[in-house]
Design a protein around this ligand. Sequence first.
Ligand code: GRF
Length: 203
Amino acid sequence: PRIVILISGSGSNMVAIADAIKSGSMEAEIAAVICNRPEAAGLQKARDRDLPASVLDHKEFSSREDFDRALMAEIDEHAPDLVVLAGFMRILTPDFVAHYHGRMLNIHPSLLPKYQGLHTHQRALDDGENEHGVTVHFVTEELDGGPNVIQAVVPVYDGDDAASLQARVQIQEHIIYPIAVKWFVEGRLTMAGNTARLDGNVI
Ligand code: GRF
């Protein structure tokens, strides 16, 4: 199976998935890494690993629709079975989301449906949560709202700040995202309607 990974930032989840493939834990090919920010650190990490990386800078497009159309065209050149959003910090148009229905995953740093949107770690701290975590979900039109695939929970400790909590969550991100991708490329993970299934069972 062919995977296209979209990134905007440090690319650590991209690295985790690439490492899982390289270690032989799943059969898949990273056909492309596409990044919307020319200065993103993840680009160098992709190149260091011989992943085919390219930049599509959203600032060069006059509208979200134009950018998404160009992105879609570039992704589809690689005929992916799966599109992986790995810290891709753009809100996607409904047409884009519909086009990859059932074959696009995202990772979000909270225990969805809690804390959709930004600044999840600080918001969890402000609310005095004693647990926090991360979710891999299918992407649907509702932002951070598609069906959950897998979650990891971490404790919140006294004295945590957003950075320490984020670091604890990211360790789990790098474990659960490769698992979800592996399930998908092995044909075990599907979405029908708004329901995710693993081996045919609703999750
Ligand atoms: C992660 O925290 C992920 O949960 C969020 O964006 C961040 C991406 O990190 N969606 P990286 O670029 O994979 O290092």
